[in-house]
Design a protein around this ligand. Structure first.
Ligand code: NAD
Length: 474
C-alpha cells in the first residue's frame, strides 16, 4: 500500500490496522481475533421529530462493538459529521480502552447526525427522547445492556432526558439510574467525573516520566518538574490535564485554541491565561506571550518536551509530523495522529502515549459511577466515620508514646475516605497499573515498536482470555 493510500484509510480501518499490528503478538486463533476485531451490532435508524411546525427526519446510530463483557459502554455524540464509520471506530476504541484499564465493559458508541448548537433546548429534548425510545424498543440501552455517556455535543442534561425516557419504558427497573453515566450530581452522578479524563492524562504522563531508562532514551530527566508542556485545546480534558501538570511543577510554555496559539519559554500562569481568555475572548490578548500566532496549529511545532493534543482528531498528519519538536506526545484527544504521522514520529524516536490508554480516566470514573448507582449507596458512607475514629485513636496513641503533638496538617488528614477520595484513588491506581502493564509488554516483547501496539496487545489478551474463561471458544 502506498503512503497516499494509507492516509485515506477510514477511521475504522485505521483502528483495524493498529489491531492487526498487535494481533500477531498474541496467541489467539484467526477466528477469535476476527471476533474480537468485528463490530457485533451496528444500529442505524431514522426517526421523525416535529420541529417548528414540520417533521424533521433525524438519523441516529448506536454501535456495540463488543459483547465480551456487558454492558457495552460508550459516549453519545451529537454532530453533523456523525457517520457509521466514525461511530464504529469510536466504539471499537472503547472496547480496547476499557480492556487496557481493566474496566469490565464492552465498547459502544452512539451518534445523532445534528448540529446541537442549531436547536433550542426543547427540540434537543424531543430528539433525545425519541432517540432513546428507539434504543429502548431495540433493547439497546439499559444498566446491563448498553450505557451511554456524554461526548461531543451532549452533556449531563441530555443524560437526564435519557434516564427519564428509559424509566417510562422500564418503570420497574430499580437500577434505571445506571442506564447512563456522566450525570449531574443531583441525578446520580459521581464527584470527580468532570476532571477525570484530564487527571487521568496527568497520572499517565507522570508515570511515563518516572521511568529513568525511557526518559534517558529521549534525552529527558525523570519527573514532571520543569518539563516544558504545550497543550492544544483548553476544554474539559486539556484544561484539567494542564492544571494538574502545572500544579506538579511543569511549565505550560504553549497554549493553542481555535483562535490562535501563544508561547512563552518561561511558562504561563495557567489561571491567568484562562481568565484573560474568558474576559477578552481570545488567547492572543495574553500579555506575557513571547510568540503569538493566529494560525493555531503552528503551535504544535514549537519547542517543548511534552505535547498534549486535547482538542480534535488528525491534528498531526504527514504534513506537519516532521516539524514536531516534542519528545513526548500525550494523546489526550481521541485519534489526534493520523497513521502516517504515527509512523513518521515513531521513526524520529518520539514517545507516543496512546489515546486508548491515556484518556481512559473518563470511562474509569464512569465505571465507578455505574457501580455506585447499582449499589444504591455513596462510596464511603458505611466506613468513613469508622475509619476516621480509628485513625484518630492511632494518632492519639502515637502522640502519647512519643510525647510529641502531630503537626496540624497530619491531624487534618485524619479523616475517613469519602466519595471524591475513593474516586481519585481508584483512578490513580488504575492509570498507574495500566501504564506499567503496557510498558512491560513494550519492553519485554521483541519486535513491538511502540506503546500503542503494546496497549493493543494488552487489550486483545484481556478480551481473548475473557472469551476463554466464558468457555465460548474452548
Ligand atoms: P471540549 O469541547 O471541552 O474541549 C475541546 C477544546 O478544543 C475546546 O476548548 C475547543 O475550543 C478547542 N478547540 C477546538 N478546535 C481547536 C483547534 N483547531 N485548535 C485548538 N483548540 C481547538 O472537549 P473535551 O471533552 O475536552 O474533549 C477533547 C478531546 O478529548 C476529544 O477528542 C474527546 O473525544 C477526547 N476525550 C474526552 C473525554 C472526556 O471525558 N471529556 C474522554 C476521552 C476522550
Amino acid at each position: 500500500m502506498s503512503s497516499d493510500q494509507k492516509e485515506v484509510a477510514s477511521f475504522f480501518q485505521s483502528v483495524e490496522r493498529n489491531f492487526d499490528k498487535a494481533a500477531k503478538y498474541t496467541e489467539f486463533t484467526k477466528g477469535l481475533l476476527e471476533e474480537i476485531k468485528s463490530c457485533n451490532t451496528v444500529l442505524q435508524f431514522k426517526f421523525p421529530v416535529r420541529i417548528g411546525g414540520d417533521i424533521e427526519v433525524i438519523e441516529g446510530f448506536r454501535v456495540q462493538h463488543s459483547h465480551h463483557e456487558t454492558p457495552a459502554k460508550g459516549g453519545l455524540r451529537y454532530s453533523e459529521n456523525v457517520n457509521q464509520d466514525e461511530v464504529m471506530a469510536l466504539a471499537a476504541l472503547m472496547t480496547f480502552k476499557c480492556a487496557v484499564v481493566d474496566v469490565p465493559f464492552g465498547g459502544a458508541k452512539g451518534g445523532v447526525k445534528i448540529d446541537a448548537r442549531k436547536y433550542p433546548a426543547e427540540s434537543l429534548e424531543k430528539i433525545t427522547r425519541r432517540y432513546t425510545a428507539e434504543l429502548c424498543k431495540k433493547n439497546a440501552i439499559g444498566p446491563g445492556v448498553d450505557v451511554p455517556a456524554p461526548d461531543y455535543g451532549t452533556d449531563a442534561r441530555i443524560m437526564s432526558w435519557i434516564i427519564d425516557t428509559y424509566r417510562s419504558y422500564f418503570p420497574k427497573d430499580i437500577n434505571a439510574l445506571a442506564c447512563v453515566t456522566g450525570k449531574g450530581l443531583t441525578q446520580g452522578g459521581i464527584k470527580g467525573r468532570k476532571e477525570a479524563t484530564g487527571l487521568g492524562v496527568f497520572f499517565g504522563i507522570r508515570e511515563a516520566c518516572k521511568m529513568e531508562e525511557d526518559m534517558k532514551k529521549i534525552g529527558l530527566t525523570t519527573g514532571i518538574k520543569d518539563k516544558k508542556v504545550i497543550i492544544q485545546g483548553l476544554g474539559n480534558v486539556g484544561y484539567h490535564a494542564a492544571k494538574y501538570l502545572w500544579e506538579a511543577g511543569a511549565k505550560i510554555v504553549g497554549i493553542l485554541e481555535y483562535e490562535g496559539a501563544i508561547y512563552n519559554p518561561e511558562g504561563f500562569n495557567l489561571e491567568e491565561v484562562v481568565r484573560t481568555r474568558q474576559e477578552t475572548g481570545s488567547l492572543l490578548n495574553v500579555t506575557d506571550a513571547i510568540i503569538k500566532n493566529e494560525n493555531s496549529s503552528k503551535g504544535l511545532e514549537w519547542d517543548c518536551d511534552i505535547l498534549i493534543p486535547a482538542a480534535l482528531e488528525s491534528v498531526i498528519h504527514k504534513g506537519n509530523a516532521d516539524q514536531i519538536k516534542a519528545k513526548i506526545i500525550g494523546e489526550a484527544a481521541n485519534g489526534p495522529l493520523t497513521p502516517e504521522a504515527d509512523e513518521i514520529l515513531d521513526k524520529k524516536g518520539v514517545m507516543i502515549i496512546p489515546d486508548m490508554y491515556l484518556n481512559a480516566g473518563g470511562v474509569t470514573v464512569s465505571y465507578f459511577e455505574w457501580l455506585q448507582n447499582l449499589n444504591h449507596i455513596q462510596f464511603g458512607r458505611l466506613e468513613k466515620r469508622f475509619n476516621q475514629n480509628k485513625y484518630r485513636e492511632i494518632l492519639k496513641a502515637a502522640e502519647t508514646l512519643s510525647g510529641k503533638k502531630a503537626e496540624a496538617n497530619v491531624r487534618e488528614n485524619m479523616h475517613g475516605a469519602d466519595e471524591i477520595d475513593i474516586v481519585r484513588s481508584g483512578l490513580e491506581e488504575t492509570m498507574i497499573q495500566a501504564y506499567r502493564e503496557v510498558r512491560n509488554v513494550y519492553v519485554s516483547t521483541p519486535g513491538v515498536e511502540n506503546l500503542r501496539t503494546a496497549a493493543f496487545i494488552v487489550a486483545i489478551n484481556r478480551i481473548g482470555h475473557t472469551y476463554g474463561e466464558l468457555g465460548i471458544f474452548p
